[in-house]
Each structure stands twice: as C-alpha cells, then as structure tokens.
Design a protein around this ligand. Structure first.
Ligand code: ADE
Length: 418
C-alpha cells in the first residue's frame, strides 16, 4: 500500500480519537450500515482532498464500507492530524498522503499521488484537486464520473470553471445543501474558530473588541459565538443586505478602517484577498490579534505585515509576533491559515456528521448517475438534504409533528380567505 505520512507510531492514538468522533456521527453511521450491506460503490476509486481529521477518517471508512477504494490527501498544509493519517493507514487500510506542516511543493505532490489512481470520483474541499486535474491531467479528467465539493470557496471556483466552459465532469456542491451550510458553516465555524483562537492564545474574550470580516454563514456563526463569550462584536461587510442583517442582529457595523483602530481580535471569513492589509496594520492597537477562518491564507496580507515588521518571532504554538517600527506588536495566528483547523481540530463531529453524510450520499448518487449528468455544478438533490435532516433528528431522539389531512388540504387551497 502506497502512502506518505509523518509517523506510523501515532496510529493507536489516532484510532482512539477516530472512534471517539464516531460516537457523535450517528447519521454517517446509519449510512455506513446500509453501505456495508448494499455495497453501492463497489470498485469505485475515490480521490479525496479533504482536511485529514477524525471526522474525515469516519467518512473514508464509510466509503470503504460501501466497496470503494478511497485515497486521501490534505486540503490544507496545516490541518492534517498526523495521528489520524497514521491510523487510517495502519488500522483501516486506507492510503493517505498528508503530513502536517508540509510545504507547498509536498502539498501538490500529495495531490498528484492521489490523482495517480485514475479516480472514478473526486472529492474536494476548496477545489485544489479538481483544478490540478484539469490543469495537468486532462485526459484523466475526461474519465472521471463525477466530483463533490465541500466548501463555499470551492463552489465559487467550480462555478467559474463551469461559466468558462472548462469543467470536464459534473460536480455536486455539497456546501449548498441546507443540512451543510446552515449548520457546518454557522455552528461549526462559529465554535471551532473561537476554539482555535482560545487554544492558540488563551486570552479572555469577555470585554474585548472582536472584529469579524464577512457576514456570510461562517461570519454569522463566529459573531454569535464571540458575543456569547462576552465580546463586543464589530462586523465589517461589503454587501448592504448582509450588513443590514448584522445591524439588526445587534452588532456594530462599520468600515474596515474604523474597525482596525478599535479591534483587539480580528477574524477574516470573506473568501476574498487582502481583507486585512497594510493600511489596517498601520492603525491597529498594540497587541492586536489577527487570524483567518476563510478557506485560503490570502485574506490577511502577510507579505505587507512581514515588510512592515522590524522583527518577528514565534511566541507560542500558532502565535507569531510582528514587531512594528513604532513598537506596536501584532500577533498573527496559524500563519493566516484556517485558524479553526490549524490551531484546533476543525468543526466538531456532530456537525461534520451532516456534512459528511451529504458527501457519502452524493457520491453514491453521482456514481449511480454515470453518464446522465451534464458537465455542470449541481446542488445536492433535495431528497438527500431532507433525508440527512430527518436522520439527524432521529438519531438525536427528537420527534416532530406532521400535518393533519385538514392542514394539508388547507395549504393546497386558494379559496379560503378571511
Ligand atoms: N472542515 C471544518 N472542520 C472539519 C473537520 N473537523 N473535518 C473535516 N473538514 C472540516
């Protein structure tokens, strides 16, 4: 079996943590039980580029139970949990190509290792695998049945490929399922971002000015959780509707320059480039903390910060101090990469349960639809989205009502008014 991981001796620890996460992933377990019996993915080679976490491990095990051969590489150089990578290789017989802290060259070498299997299905978190395949291995791309994409940034890239007419096979935008983004992006990012900041810094949030850039589902989650910890939350947003929502949700909304002067902690989650830049660093307070929870490490202009600094040093794991000429210190967390995955463990299992049940069911759906889908980006079929919600409630032991016949009838009628 081919693999490239940091340390196989970590495998037992990884296995124990994977099984711990499994306790919170009951929807995926339900899917896995059916997959074990029906083997719907028999013979499918799956190339997956995802964060190598305990939750992803449970997804890989589920795909294998369905008869597939999954191969995994990392979707971020800093998010790999080396014990999980080791456990997947040693205890679950799954090929993994990922080492925490790998450089860019190794990151792409690992992506190519996974693509070398000539996959039937690709799974992405951020679209690095599919874009590499389209750029470098076009012939292979033409043989892929379908792909899935986990995150907002990846879906945006794929839509651009579709619009430019270069997408060579259908992809299902798992991110767009309600049972994904309304929960994973909001509650998952909300909790895990705060977790990453606290693990890295151990600072008190109560009473701090906490600036969130971007009020999408991730931004909403982070803002709400920071408020819950007693921080004064300031939102920076460019979209008028979202900005208005933030105002009416009770947050202070202002421009990035005003926020830069006031903030103690800054988190970016916009999906765009250089959201925090030189002008902002110039007016920040001494000891401002900056971090990113958007997919790529482009949101904070790290080059500008390096150029401005007279000295830089690591003061704690995942905390780098940049000393500016006037004596102010700015602290950058996790090299500006996803702070929730680099400084903590990513979203908790209970929320990844829904995201990854969607992934597993979408892979099954796409594999069954071979040749019938167009070279487009598809939303998750509504039946899958609803089934994941139903199963989540069921596994949480929560019952809900159904409509009476009279209520059904009423909703269909137009004649009854006042
Ligand atoms: N993305 C965010 N959190 C994650 C996790 N725990 N596992 C895999 N991908 C993630």
């Amino acid at each position: 079996m081919d693999y490239d991981i940091k340390d196989i001796s970590l495998a037992d620890k990884g296995k124990s943590r994977i099984l711990w996460a499994a306790l919170e992933m009951k929807v995926l377990e339900t899917v896995r039980r059916r997959f074990e019996k029906e083997k719907p993915l028999e013979g499918a080679r799956i190339a997956a580029c995802l964060h190598v976490t305990t939750e992803t491990a449970n997804l890989m095990v589920t795909l294998k139970a369905a008869g597939a051969e999954p191969f995994l590489c990392a979707s971020n150089p800093l998010s790999t949990q080396d014990d999980v990578a080791a456990a997947l290789v040693k205890h679950f017989g799954i090929s993994v190509f990922a080492r925490r802290g790998e450089d860019n060259e190794t990151y792409y070498r690992h992506i190519r290792s996974v693509l070398n299997i000539n996959p039937h299905i690709t799974m992405d978190d951020g679209a690095d695998l599919i874009t590499t395949l389209h750029r470098e291995l076009k012939e292979q791309a033409l043989r892929v049945i379908a792909g899935t994409e986990e995150t907002t940034t990846g879906v945006i890239r794929l839509k651009s490929m579709e619009e430019n007419g270069v997408l060579l096979y259908p992809v299902i935008a798992v991110n767009n399922a309600n049972t994904k983004h309304l929960f994973d992006n909001r509650y998952g990012t909300g909790q895990s971002t705060i977790d990453g900041i606290l693990r890295a810094t151990n600072i008190l949030l109560a009473g701090k000015n906490f600036v969130v850039f971007g009020y999408g589902w991730c931004g909403r989650g982070i803002a709400n959780r920071a408020r819950g910890m007693g921080a004064h939350v300031i939102v920076v947003e460019v979209d008028p509707l979202r900005a208005l929502e933030a105002v009416m949700d009770g947050f202070t909304v202002t421009t990035s320059m005003r926020a830069a002067e006031r903030g103690d902690i800054f988190v970016t989650t916009t999906g765009d480039i250089h959201v925090i830049r030189r002008d902002h660093f110039q007016v920040m307070k001494d000891r401002a903390i900056v971090c990113n929870s958007g997919h790529f490490d482009v949101e904070i202009d790290k080059s500008a910060l390096s150029e401005m600094a007279t000295n830089r040093r690591t003061v704690r794991d995942n905390v780098e101090e940049f000393l500016l000429p006037d004596g102010r210190r700015i602290y950058l967390l996790a090299e500006g990469r996803l702070v929730n995955l680099a400084a903590a463990e990513g979203h908790p299992a209970a929320v990844m349960d829904m995201s990854f049940a969607n992934q597993a069911l979408c892979v099954e759906y796409a594999y069954n639809q071979e040749g019938q889908l167009e070279k487009r980006v598809y939303d998750v079929p509504l039946e899958i989205d609803r089934e994941v919600a139903r199963l989540k409630l069921q596994t949480m032991g929560i019952e809900i009502d159904s409509l009476t016949d009279e209520q059904e009838e009423y909703l269909k009628s137009w004649s009854i008014g006042t």
